[in-house]
Every structure is written in C-alpha cells, then in structure tokens.
Design a protein around this ligand. Structure first.
Ligand code: HGY
Ligand code: MN
Ligand code: MN
Length: 417
C-alpha cells in the first residue's frame, strides 16, 4: 500500500539542521584525528544515546528500550494499531571511526520526524526511529549482534556472553550504562525498515551519483585464528629448529590477500586484529592470535574462500611446525532487500530527480539482519574517496540532505497519509 509522492511532493528536510545534529553528535567521544570514538557500551556510547533520546523526546516521540539496548523512538500515526514504518542505524563507532558511519542513518530518521512535526503532517501508520546496539562488532564480536538477536539470528544468551578484550561481557556493560531495557528483543513490531548510510566505498563518487538504491548486502565470514609454536630464545635457537608463530602468521596474512584476489572481482579479505605472545623482542613468539574477515556477494564463492583458508592453515601448520586453530565465529549469508522498499526508494529518488544507481552493499549493516524478518531496504549517499572506518571519513551536506529527502518520501509512501 503506497501513497503517491504527489501527496507531499513539496516536502523537503532541513539539511542544515541534519548537518548540525551530526556535528553535535560528533562532539561526543571525539577521536584524536577529527573523527569519532564511541565504542559499543562505553561511557561515550551512553552519552551519545542520552543525547539522541533527548532529541527524540523533544519531538514528542515515545521511547522504548529493549533488553539488547536497542532504542525505538515512535511518532504516533492516525492508526496506532498499525505496525510502524521504521528507519535507523547505529551510534557506536570503530576505534578510529568517522562522524557519519551509522550516525547519519539515525539522525536522518530523526530529521524525517522533525520535518513531519514542523509541517504538522500526519501519517496513518506510526513512524519510528531505531538505534541498534553494537553494530560495529569491534569491541564485541560479531558485528550487528543486536539486530541479529532481533531477527532471530542469534540467541540473546549468546549475545550477552560476548566479551571484549578485557573479558567484560556485553550484558554487564549494557547494564552498566543503564540501557538494559525491559522489552524482549524481537517483540517490537515493524511494518518496514529503511536504513540511510554512507556507501563506505568508491562507486557513487566514481559514477557521480548522489543516491545508491541498495538492493542487498554481500555475505561475510569471520574467523578467530590461534597459532601455537614455541617461545624460545632469540639468540641461541638455531633458525631451522624454530617454531615461530609470527612467521607462520605472516604466511597466513599473505594467504588471506591471495584468497581474496583469487576470488575477484568482488572477493575481499582482511586480517584486522593480531596479538603476539609474549611480545618480547628477544623471545621467539610462541603464540599469535589473529582475526580474518572474508566477504563475497556470492555465498558459494564465499564458501570456497573459507575452504581455501582452511587449506592454507593446514599447509602453513606443516611447513612451520606450528598448530593452527581456525574457529569460524560468524557466517552472514548475502541478503536481498524487499522489492516494495526498493521501489519506494527508487520512486522517491526519481521523483526528486537525484542521480542514482542500484547497488549491493559491500559493508554489513543492521538492515542486512532485519531484512530476514521485515521488509527492508537501504539508501546510500557518497562519501569522500569512499573512505570509512577512518577518522577522515567525510560526506557532503547536500548529499546527506538528498539521501534524507529520499528517506522522507520513501517512508511517507509506506506510512500513508
Ligand atoms: O563490518 C561491517 O561491514 C560493518 O561496518 N559492521
Ligand atoms: Mn555502519
Ligand atoms: Mn561501520
């Protein structure tokens, strides 16, 4: 059921107010090089959440928090028995995060509600903002864990048991910041979900388009790998007898690069974390822990990449006389978004006259989890140089405004008058 855009075709968001809100949020948990550092469930994350809720209440939204700390801010419709049309993203960031990854999607949804309120526009279905806990998966792996619980992809107890590098559990940290809400995660009805996000890649900027009509997301597999050799003396241990875990790790890091390139053009592979024990300059490292992130839009090819990783682990283990424990901690298959939501985004984009193209998301998003149970799609806008997960992340105000106008009209189309 959609309302033709002509019902409110004149309506536009306030791009300056959106930009100012993004900049105000960036004041909380600033990074050292101009970006943001609000790791999930830290004091900075709490402060960002508190500010967001303050803004939502100023718009007379009712606020619900579920037991994964997901926040739902609801603007009533004329028929509140209808499930809400939702939009949102995340406020947690990478350690060297930018000002826009996630934050744009949450505050674009807020800007939609601000625009509806100031123009006194009523919708049949309620309109709702959602802020998902721990999208990044940097402090607590895996990523998108709370939208994953919401979508029934993870058990809550599994999510609660995730620990950070200090051994602190997700549940304890959620309780500590006061965001362990009452509503059972997953009990919240949704008619549809949109997520506006910077592309985090180079395609829109290269093709000089303002809007990405996102039709799905690629698959990803995450691994924890422990390499066990033998601590021994750097001076007196002959080279042939060494069981050097770090030299073995160097072979594995090269192998991940090779696997990605062998499965091009879309295969990607990254070793993002590594720790060495005992990490002493005159002791041969006896143990190395590292993480591997493999992605591909084709699940069969992603499976082949995983198989190749296993083969490389076996051959490196033999050639370096070390043990390698390969633990796959997460498999997120590729997803396709819902045709009705894609069409709502596409119709709004065309009616607004923005340059656009269809695309599959390279990055993971909460929308890629929730789409398994709720009609969902995404709206991308370009970011400078395609750079993200970097403090220099930047997006142009007019592109952010364009994406938010598309979001406004896509939501109006589904929420009805
Ligand atoms: O890993 C991702 O793609 C997202 O940034 N969590
Ligand atoms: Mn994100
Ligand atoms: Mn991210």
């Amino acid at each position: 059921m959609t309302t033709p855009m002509s019902a409110h075709h004149h309506l536009r968001v306030n791009g300056q107010r959106l930009w100012d809100s993004i900049m105000a949020m960036a004041e909380i948990g600033p990074g050292e090089q101009g970006g943001s550092r609000r790791l999930a469930l830290t004091e900075e994350d709490k402060q960002g959440r508190d500010l967001f809720i303050e803004w939502c209440k100023a718009e007379n939204c009712s606020v619900t928090i579920d037991d994964m700390g997901n926040i739902f801010a609801t603007r009533p419709g004329t028929d509140n028995d209808l499930p809400p049309v939702c939009s949102g993203s995340h406020l947690d960031t990478q350690p060297h995060g930018g000002k826009f990854d996630g934050i744009y999607g949450v505050l674009a949804a807020l800007e939609v509600i601000r625009t509806l309120n100031e123009n006194d526009i009523s919708t049949r279905a309620p309109v709702e903002i959602v802020m998902w806990t721990n999208e990044e998966g940097s402090r607590f792996a895996p990523a998108m864990v709370s939208s994953g619980v919401f979508a029934g992809l993870f058990e809550k107890e599994y999510a609660y048991s995730r620990t950070d590098s200090q051994g602190k559990s997700l549940r304890d940290e959620l309780e500590k910041i006061g965001y362990l809400g009452a509503q059972r995660c997953g009990d919240h009805p949704m008619a549809a979900l949109f997520e506006a996000h910077i592309e985090q890649g180079p395609i829109l900027e290269r093709d000089n388009h303002q809007i990405g009509i996102v039709i799905g997301g690629q698959g990803q597999r995450w691994f924890d790998i422990t390499i066990t050799g033998q601590d021994s003396h750097a001076g007196s241990t002959p080279m042939p007898g060494r069981r050097d875990a770090l030299v073995a790790a160097s072979g594995l890091i090269r192998a991940v690069q090779k696997i990605a390139l062998e499965h091009g053009p879309h295969g990607v592979g990254t070793v993002g974390e590594i720790s060495v024990s005992p990490n002493s300059r005159n002791t041969i490292p006896g143990e190395v822990f590292l993480t591997v992130d493999l992605r591909n839009p084709d699940d069969a090819v992603l499976g082949q990449m995983r198989d190749r990783l296993g083969e490389h682990c076996t051959s490196i283990s033999d050639s370096h006389n070390v043990q390698i424990n390969l633990d796959e901690i997460w498999h997120n298959p590729p997803v396709r978004f819902h045709q009705d939501c894609i069409r709502a985004v596409s119709d709004a984009t065309r009616a607004l006259g923005y340059g656009h193209q269809e695309m599959v998301s390279g990055a993971g998003h909460d929308a890629c989890q929730v789409c398994r149970i709720v009609p969902t799609s995404m709206i991308f806008v370009p970011c400078e140089g395609g750079l993200s997960h970097n403090e220099q992340e930047h997006a142009e105000p007019e592109d952010l405004e364009a994406g938010c106008n598309v979001l406004l009209h896509a939501m109006l189309a589904l929420a009805g008058r």
